[in-house]
Design a protein around this ligand. Structure first.
Ligand code: MLT
Length: 387
């Protein structure tokens, strides 16, 4: 039985994919696999039983990735599974920043007892007039699964779109409308665009990336949309930029002590991916990735280990080894097999930063002694007999 613990609600359509060999009601301590959405895991004690964590969503800033990698725990996310939901949310954010629909709705609520509200509305409405987004310039910073959908949708809505992504994948480039202007210096987005939306992960290198220097070169009245993570925008600087008129509206999906009451901000309670469809898609993708890892050792969409996919095992045994990305580990692994008279039929080794992963399909199932010898190799973190 494989023990699974859900730290947050995970859509049933995903959990139903687990066979009877999985117990999805396990305690956290006994779990071999964890499914999580937004629960903060940085201060949690991770048990030695734990093999994998799957984040049903894109952002993984709630998970201690290096601590997990050091313990041989593979962390997965579900890139693209909620991208359409976030895209629609960003388009809604742009429209809310352009037309005072929220102000107008508030006026109706305040005047709901007025028997003549239909007439009064015609007089009041001029206070809530706005602008169209057609013909305006939108800058998209980060053209991953979400950014590219936002860029293409904005083109379809008649906007002029500037796209910036120094790490653009070939796949993303293929999916991007040829009408999106390729921007090499992010400063050009800040200088040129009326609307700017951010779609990059929260990392040390991206924290506070939209800062005072960026606001200083923007046009007056720029709209900033942040459905990625609050830490990407310097909130002290944006408050000042709103006060000075550089920023007309800050639409953020992240309420916190600074943004919640911020004048000129539209603050939404992290609803970007909160659609039935996105929650289902993320749950299905997360569960499939966990099952493939547990049953086959394959790693697909990990954020702390390299991807490694050898399909299903067709030999008598398969061993998976999480290890440090340092010289001589692979030769020592193959020596152990040779010394034990085991033939390696197929092997894959992949690395990512400081960590690496090796899978070996072998001529006989690995014995306890093979596992002990592999585990004793300097740099080996975790050895698992998959088959
Ligand atoms: C994500 O990271 O996938 C989105 O922000 C939505 C979420 O956190 O669930």
């Amino acid at each position: 039985m494989v023990n699974v613990h859900c730290l947050n609600n995970i859509a049933t359509i995903g959990l139903d994919l687990f066979s009877d060999d999985y117990n999805t009601k396990s305690s956290f301590e006994d779990a071999q696999a964890i499914l999580v959405r937004s629960a903060k895991m940085h201060d949690m004690e991770l048990s030695d039983n734990l093999l994998a964590i799957a984040r049903a969503g894109a952002g993984v800033n709630n998970i201690p990735l290096d601590k997990c990698a050091d313990a041989g725990i593979v962390v997965f996310n579900t890139p693209g599974a909620n991208a359409n939901a976030v895209k629609e949310h960003v388009i809604a954010a742009m429209l809310l920043a352009s037309r005072d629909i929220l102000g107008g709705n508030q006026w109706v609520q305040e005047n709901k007892e007025d028997a003549d509200i239909a007439k009064s509305a015609e007089k009041a409405k001029k206070a809530f007039a706005g602008q169209e987004i057609k013909g305006k310039k939108l800058g998209v910073i980060g053209l991953g699964a979400i950014g590219q959908l936002v860029a293409n949708a904005a083109i379809a809505l008649g906007m002029e779109v500037y796209g910036y992504d120094p790490y653009l994948s070939v796949n993303a480039a293929w999916n991007l409308s040829s009408k999106v202007k390729h921007i090499v210096n992010v400063e050009d987005i800040y200088k040129e665009c009326n609307y700017i939306t951010i779609h990059v992960p929260a990392m040390d290198s991206t924290k506070g990336m939209v800062n005072k220097e960026a606001f200083d070169i923007m046009q007056d009245g720029t709209v900033i949309i942040n459905c990625a993570r609050d830490v990407l925008v310097d909130e002290t600087a944006i408050k000042e930029a709103i006060a000075s008129g550089k920023v007309k509206k800050y639409v953020t999906d992240f309420p916190n002590a600074t943004t919640a009451g911020m004048e000129g901000a539209i603050v939404i309670p992290h609803l970007g991916a909160s659609t039935e469809e996105a929650e289902d898609n993320c749950a299905v993708m997360a569960v499939k990735q966990i099952v493939d890892y547990i049953e086959n050792g394959n790693i697909i969409n990990s954020v702390n280990y390299p991807n490694c996919d050898m399909g299903t095992c067709k030999t008598a045994g398969r061993v998976a080894v999480c290890h440090k990305n340092v010289p001589a580990v692979i030769s020592k692994i193959t020596s152990v097999m040779g010394d034990e008279g085991i033939n390696i039929e197929e092997m894959s080794n992949k690395s990512r930063g400081d960590y690496a992963y090796s899978m070996l399909d072998i001529s006989e199932p690995a014995s306890d002694s093979v596992v002990d010898k592999l585990s004793a190799i300097d740099g080996v973190i975790k050895v698992r007999v998959v088959v």
